[in-house]
Design a protein around this ligand. Structure first.
Ligand SMILES: Nc1ncnc2c1ncn2[C@@H]1O[C@H](COP(=O)(O)OP(=O)(O)OP(=O)(O)O)[C@@H](O)[C@H]1O
Length: 274
């Protein structure tokens, strides 16, 4: 779904340079990137390895200030020095679970930090455990859970705070294929309930198409920028494993892969030469 109006997230001409450790020339990871995520839209960003996907996400999270350019969150300028993006929730490759806390205590941690009374937080926590399919598992510690269960827990931990924007950096990449597809379907079901704006980073084009309303392709680094923007007009609700078998999916995959292929080869050649 693409709505017009003030975007939930807007990168305006964003450039990110990193100083070289040895005092040499700075490395320009991202150059003049302009990209929008509309309210309620699910956008994936794909690109070759090391191209700058996580850098963009860190900028959106307010964890990294761009060297130039701006980020706007629902029309308001995000200033990293003033703190993180409070309208966003994050999910990274490695989950942010606290190993010393039981499942339920992990889920309610954010609410507790916000000062929600314990009983009310617990009630919401139990409700979220149920919604992510972990009812009855709240007493377990993260190490007593499978990879898929930990991801569910991390999802509940993020969504309980009801962020307007979800920033996800390859959240399911560590999972086996079947668990991953289950999680992707669960994410879509939860997203359909509340229509958050999602910026989803992945190097997996199939995952990007299956989940998204729009797929943005980044060029190989250095000086990464969006080089393609593709609408995914496949019907919803979707089952990610079934949608992959449809002709519409394959056609789009071919089209986006054509735009990506050269960049992937460039990145590979650069990596080999490094
Ligand atoms: N803090 C930093 N200091 C110096 N260079 C950095 C820093 N963070 C990222 N880079 C460089 O910027 C480039 C982009 O990194 P980034 O992690 O954003 O890529 P990515 O597309 O997310 O990678 P991957 O696909 O491997 O997850 C890389 O070459 C990386 O080495």
């Amino acid at each position: 779904m693409t709505t017009t109006g003030t975007p939930a997230l807007a990168f305006n001409d964003v450039t990110c340079r990193f100083a070289a450790r040895d005092g040499g020339e700075a490395y320009t990871a991202v150059a003049n990137a302009t990209l929008m995520v509309q309210a309620g839209e699910f956008v994936s960003v794909v690109g070759p390895t090391g191209c700058g996907k996580s850098t963009l996400l860190n900028v959106a999270a307010g964890l990294l200030a761009p060297s130039s350019g701006t980020v706007e969150v629902f029309g308001e300028r995000l200033v990293a020095e003033r703190g993180v993006n409070r309208r966003a929730g994050y999910m990274f490759q490695a989950d942010a679970l606290m190993p010393w806390r039981r499942g339920i205590d992990n889920v309610v941690a954010g609410l507790e930090f916000r000062g929600v009374p314990r009983e009310a937080a617990r009630r919401q926590g139990e409700d979220w455990l149920r919604r992510v399919g972990l009812a009855g598992f709240g007493d377990r510690y993260p190490h007593q859970m499978s990879g898929g269960m930990r991801k569910r827990l991390a999802l509940a931990q993020t969504l309980i705070l009801s962020p307007d924007i979800l920033l996800m950096d390859e959240p399911f990449s560590a999972l086996d294929v079947q668990t991953r597809q289950l999680m992707e379907n669960e994410l879509l079901a939860l997203w359909a309930e509340s229509r958050k704006s999602v910026l989803f980073i992945t190097h997996d084009l199939e995952e990007a198409i299956a989940l998204s309303d729009r797929v943005v392709v980044l060029s190989a680094g250095p000086a990464t920028r969006p080089i393609g923007d593709f609408k995914v007009e496949l019907p919803r609700p979707r089952d990610v494993s079934e949608i992959r078998m449809t002709p519409g999916f394959n056609e789009l995959h071919r089209e986006i892969w054509n735009a990506m292929k050269e960049e992937v080869l460039k990145a590979y050649a650069r990596q080999k030469a490094a």
